[in-house]
Design a protein around this ligand. Structure first.
Ligand code: PAF
Length: 306
């Protein structure tokens, strides 16, 4: 299969090298020229959980062209870059895609729908944990689960095919008939891990170990779940049971938000707690933990950008 991966960050490189090594022709797409130059020179490097290091030379470019004609596009850019990634994609994909979003956060599919034909889109999410150690260099820091699904509540041949491709590349994958519920559950779990690990500057596992942090995390999950229910979302799996599992399987990982702050970048707080807080206000539901976490991370971003 020809697979284009738009976003050569931690998750993009993890999927890229595994898919390349399982026999697919992979093209990485990235907006940053220095990252592109570094990947061209050094290749993509992955430190597996076992400690084994693998390296592969994978094609990397700034944008896709019609000639690339991918059979599948994986979108792994940050949620705030969805629009910038989607706009040029329209010209370089087939009308039925498929374009599969494997991003964190809420609102990605709604943004993609403004630029790409609805029939080309598949939604997904992953709890695989990866730590970026340099441009194109990642460590796999926690085994997770990847879910994919059609936007409507049906299964499809293409989801089944992508599920098998991911499984053969070593990713536990499920096709879901309720991908909206899965994306919301994962976003709620992220909203209860990422800002807290960022503000406390701790790896994910500390949220299981330190009662003060665990309490805030649990309250944030309860609030997010109430907002999702008021919005008519049927959460799957239940974020309250998903949270301790994700924390345990990614205990050594530094969350993507903490990695962003440490790299002086902006974060996905607007697409996580910020999204939940705005929706809570519209629905008249109380979400003080989400509001405070949003304000604190926005404040930290602003402080860093001065
Ligand atoms: O954003 C992240 O860091 C990841 O989604 C996860 C699964 C919480 C692991 O750190």
């Amino acid at each position: 299969m020809r697979i284009a991966i738009v976003g050569a960050g931690a998750i993009g490189c993890l999927f890229g090298i595994r898919l390349h090594n399982s026999g697919h022709s992979v093209i990485l797409v990235h907006h940053n020229n220095r990252t592109i130059a570094s990947i061209r020179k050094r290749g993509v490097g992955l430190r597996e959980l076992s400690g084994t290091n693998i390296r592969a030379h994978i094609e990397v470019k700034r944008s896709l062209s019609k000639k690339d004609d991918p059979d599948l596009v994986l979108l792994t850019v940050k949620a705030y870059d969805t629009e910038a990634a989607a706009r040029p994609l329209r010209k370089s994909i087939r009308s039925n895609g498929p374009v599969l979003s494997l991003q964190n956060g809420l609102g990605n599919i709604e943004t993609l729908r403004r630029y790409l034909p609805a029939e080309s889109l598949l939604a997904g999410t992953t709890t695989e944990a990866a730590l970026q150690t340099g441009p194109g260099q990642v460590a796999h820091t926690g085994k997770g689960m990847t879910w994919i699904g059609e936007l409507g509540r049906e299964t499809s041949k293409r989801c089944g095919m992508i599920k098998n491709v991911f499984r053969r590349a070593g990713f536990k994958t499920q096709a879901s008939k309720n991908i909206e519920g899965v994306i919301w559950s994962k976003a709620i779990v992220n909203s209860a891990i990422n800002p807290i690990t960022t503000l406390a500057r701790v790896p994910n596992g500390e949220l299981l170990r330190i009662p003060h942090l665990r309490a805030i995390s649990n309250e944030t999950v309860s609030e997010g779940s109430a907002v999702a229910r008021a919005h008519g979302v049927s959460l799957s799996p239940d974020p309250r049971s998903m949270l301790p599992q994700v924390l345990a399987s990614t205990k050594k990982n530094r969350s993507s938000m903490l990695q962003d702050i440490e790299a002086g970048k902006r974060t996905e707080i607007r697409q996580l707690n910020g999204w939940i807080d705005s929706l809570a206000r519209k629905l008249g539901v109380d979400a003080p933990y989400n509001r405070i976490l949003t304000e604190l991370v926005l404040g930290l971003e602003q402080y860093q950008s001065q």
